[in-house]
Write a protein that binds this ligand. Structure first.
Ligand code: SF4
Length: 277
């Protein structure tokens, strides 16, 4: 797939948290705009950043060249105001998408964090490439709370290929999470969105993930399923005979199932789920 790549200078790198991020985080941080992983269910497809773009989602990426400098400046201001800084990295891109290998924007931001650590940073990715930065993450963990959250929607790679053919393979993601865990970094497997999985899925994450996060296309798209519906997800599930995996209460069933292998305080569900209980 051809990707249109632009180098840009962004005005800001930290965006005040709102919506589902409003609980637990103060800001989101997106090192890039756009995402080459092009997941078919990605809710960003339905957001203004894509709606006003001519090039389809997954086929463009803007590299924010000044991201690390922006981080330093914005952090200085926030610290002057004695504000807490709890970062979600990233809400609308993947910080370790393929371009990162060359551009190194995420790594540069992490280096800036070593100088000016936030109170907490959660790195959300689908990419095994995050293991490149184990050295920095280990240092950062001594300065602030760090959580590496690897999205692992299913343990069935053939299902992953149906919905996210350009994203990294499941086996590689689990191996990467294990490597991070063994390096002493706090890890989470984010089953987000839940895709049909085998009964062995929870066991395959033991020794790799300290925590489990559960989100579905209904509770996790920021609009209680409306964005996922506009993206045609109910039809895509039905097409493959996965209707049972598109129920409104799927997250509760998955939570219960994972709690057979993980202590309940290690299994977390998204905010919308908490509201709908
Ligand atoms: S990796 Fe995340 S941001 Fe990128 S396309 Fe997939 S869901 Fe969207």
């Amino acid at each position: 797939m051809m990707i249109e790549i632009k180098e840009i200078f962004a005005k800001k790198i930290l965006t005040e948290a709102s919506g589902y991020l409003d609980v637990g985080y103060t800001h989101s941080l997106n090192a890039y705009s756009g995402c080459a992983f092009a997941c078919s269910y990605c809710y960003v497809r339905e957001m203004p950043i894509q709606k006003f773009r001519d090039v389809p989602w997954g086929q463009w990426v803007d590299i924010k060249l000044n991201a690390a400098d922006n981080y330093r400046n914005e952090m200085q201001k926030l610290r002057k105001k004695k504000k807490p800084v709890r970062l979600f990295m990233s809400s609308a891109t993947d910080p370790y998408q393929p371009l990162e290998q060359k551009a190194g924007i995420t790594r540069a931001i992490l280096e800036a964090m070593l100088e000016q650590p936030p109170d907490m940073v959660q790195i959300q990715t689908r990419s095994p490439w995050v293991t490149r930065d184990i050295d920095i993450l280990q240092q950062l963990q001594n300065k602030c709370e760090v959580l590496i959250s690897m999205t692992i929607e299913t343990d069935r790679d053939e299902v992953r290929r149906l919905f996210a053919p350009y994203a990294p393979g499941i086996k590689q993601r689990i191996e990467a999470l294990k490597k991070l865990h063994e390096a002493g970094i706090t890890t989470q497997a984010s089953i987000s969105p839940v895709l049909p999985f085998t009964p062995d899925f929870p066991q395959s994450l033991i020794g790799a993930a300290d925590y489990i996060w559960i989100d579905t296309l209904i509770i996790g798209d920021g609009s209680m399923g409306r964005r996922s519906a506009r993206l045609g997800m109910p039809g895509r599930f039905a097409e493959h005979g996965f209707e049972k995996w598109y129920e409104p209460n799927l997250h509760l069933k998955v939570e219960k199932y994972f709690e057979k292998w993980y202590p309940s305080d290690r299994v977390r569900v998204s905010r919308d789920e908490a509201l709908s209980k």
